[in-house]
Design a binder for this molecule. Sequence first.
Ligand code: FAS
Ligand code: PHB
Length: 390
Amino acid sequence: MRTQVAIVGAGPSGLLLGALLHKAGIDHVIIERQSADYVLGRVRAGVLEQVAVDLLDEAGCGARLHAEGLPHDGFDLCFGGRRHRIDLHGLTGKRVVVYGQTEVTRDLMAQREQLGRRTFYGAEEVAIEGFDGTSPAVTFRHGGQTHRLACDFIAGCDGYHGVCRASVPAGAIQTHEKVYPFGWLGILADVPPVHHELIYGNSELGFMLASMRSATRVRYYVQCPLDDRVEDWSDDRFWAEFKRRLPAEDAERLVTGPSFEKSIAPLRSFVAEPMRFGRLFLAGDAAHIVPPTGAKGLNLAAGDVALLARALDEHFNAKSGEGLARYSERALSRVWKAERFSWWFTSLMHDFPENGSFGRRMQRAELEYLCQSTAAQTAMAENYVGLPLM
Ligand code: FAS
Ligand code: PHB
């Protein structure tokens, strides 16, 4: 088999890249190790920046997002019994859209199915080769047969645990990592949200986030110890803890109910540099991870894909190599700014016992300053709604 671009991974990065390459008339194939149902079953991001919304429109996949997504003009910060709204739209003229990653993935998969583009789900023993030369290829087993897909370029969209970054020689790649000493316990439940916008809380008991998927479905999180297990958290325990971390007036009107999804995610900051190795290009979680506090993971992936799709379009259709040559530099410039914001927001909102009373006082001082300074709120808002692509 041969194609122009072999995409490894059918998460949001791989699927969105495929949709944009199709639009540019560039032949491509996606190889995914899990089943489509498994990919759809992962519960992850919930907030889209305008850059991601525009890309889904450009890819022809924005209809349901505009019909069902919830535009949000702000969010609330809560601490020490106080509550302050960050007026995203008032401060930046922009907003975000609440629309789950699962739905983004579903829309991209549905379009791909209609277009009849080749996707190998359930691929085994996926390996990449020749990307440091002029004849890259992806080999894999599927349907009991071994396949070799020759290509011009490989897009490594296979996430943090994927094979692509792992295939780069150690001397050619530099990684930077910070692992946080806690995780997020998240639930999905079909109850009305406690507030019409998101609430980020820094309580004495730890971080909480009240998010949502629709007007009838909530996505709530509490900070929890890294060694906690999901089975340690009954629904009753979760609701009692969530209520304790909410501001009093919200706790009173909180609607609880049975969760139908419950999971614990570890938090890390991670960047691999560069994001290009010859004819292999990394995009999304394959190249970087952010703690979900700033709602940047999925949006950073979309930004990488936009830059890579345009660069490949220039290469194949405009016979220009500048986009590919500058892909890593351009992507990393945006990645590092989002890494900083996600680290800063995580450091501001979570309980770090190791930082002692002085650390808590620094958090409180920064939150107080944030709430009284339009300049500080504007800086926060412009990072939250998303920085320009270039
Ligand atoms: P993904 O990891 O989504 O997709 C990679 C794909 O590659 C997967 O389908 C995988 O099966 C496949 N793959 C892996 N190895 C392979 C191989 N060897 N061969 C073929 N295929 C292979 N972001 C937010 O903005 N907000 C959140 O609240 C949030 N919560 C998260 C919770 C968790 C538990 C995790 C892990 C991430 C969360 N994220 C969140 C970040 C998340 O949304 C990612 O940014 C997003 O999934 C990135 O998409 P991809 O780059 O496509 O990577
Ligand atoms: C979510 O809805 O899953 C979500 C929203 C905002 C975040 C993180 C997660 O910062």
